[in-house]
Design a protein around this ligand. Structure first.
Ligand code: ATP
Ligand code: MG
Length: 260
């Protein structure tokens, strides 16, 4: 059963074609990692999935319906950094995700609804390992803690799709490993459908169920903007094959990712 369906999607900015002829079917609960050279359109693709931008051509369906024009609670997003509100405490950063949609004018809930929202936020924060830091502000957190906060913020509305744009790119390798474990645990528990952009090919292979490689297949040296990237490899990963794949394919993929 297709959950997300990308039908002949193109994205163009002026005379620059960034993405061309994207076709993809993703089942609910899949975990797709996206790799490709810098500037090839991976973040653009996530913005299309988020509904922040509409494709120049083609259509994206979510559960059989065209994507609504605005980002909504069905999709959560985490960027590489700076996606949390610096002036709000850790608890408020997450609780606001429940408060804003229900009370758009005031941005606040009252009484038992407020209590319930804050309790849910605190519970999720405990789950991502920030139970001891509810009253801290983002500037008082380490990079890894800020990304835990960003993940909690993205998940509080119980989205069905989680979009991650190089979420761990700025973290030390040891912290990154912890974040991988956390993300896999959350993914297994929630049945979320995940799209995660990474510059790290081994991260792309070791997390997730499917690796999507974005690359330009056509080049015109006289018109560098004339052709966009497509999905050139779509590689199923499962825990048995994962270990074997990097050696076979890394050599073929690495040249495409150079400059990434
Ligand atoms: N809103 C926009 N207006 C004009 N051009 C844009 C816009 N957004 C992206 N682009 C262009 O689209 C191309 C792809 O950008 P995008 O950020 O999606 O690449 P990326 O694969 O995420 O790169 P990186 O790996 O460096 O993050 C770039 O050439 C960029 O300049
Ligand atoms: Mg990007």
């Amino acid at each position: 059963m297709s959950f997300i369906q990308v039908n002949n999607v193109w994205q163009e900015y002026g005379d620059q074609i960034v993405l061309e002829r994207l076709n993809l079917i993703v089942r609910e609960g899949e975990f797709c990692t996206l790799v490709g050279a810098s500037g090839c359109g991976k973040s653009t693709f996530l913005r299309l999935l988020l509904g922040q931008e509409r494709p120049s051509r083609g259509q994206i369906l979510l559960a059989g319906q065209p994507l609504v024009a605005e980002p909504d609670a069905s999709r959560g997003v985490v960027f590489q950094r700076y996606s949390v509100f610096p002036h709000l405490s850790v608890l408020d950063n997450v609780a606001i995700g429940l408060e804003l949609p229900r009370s758009p004018l005031l941005g606040r809930l009252f009484g038992s609804a407020k209590h319930e929202a804050r309790e849910r936020a605190a519970e999720l924060l405990r789950k991502v390992g920030l139970g001891h830091a509810l009253d801290k502000y983002p500037s008082q957190l380490s990079g890894g803690m800020q990304q835990r906060l960003a993940i909690a913020q993205a998940l509080i509305t119980r989205p069905r799709v989680l979009l991650l744009d190089e979420p761990f790119g700025a973290l030390d390798p040891g912290i990154r490993k912890d974040m991988h474990a956390l993300l896999l645990e959350l993914w297994r528990e929630t049945g979320l459908t995940v799209f995660m952009v990474t510059h790290d090919l081994s991260e792309g292979f070791s997390l997730g169920t499917r690796l999507l490689v974005f690359d330009k297949v056509r080049h015109d040296p006289h018109a560098p903007n004339a052709f966009g990237a497509r999905i050139t490899y779509d590689i199923p990963l499962n825990s048995d094959r994962r270990a074997a794949l990097p050696a076979q394919l890394a050599e073929r993929l690495q040249p495409q990712l150079q400059g990434a």
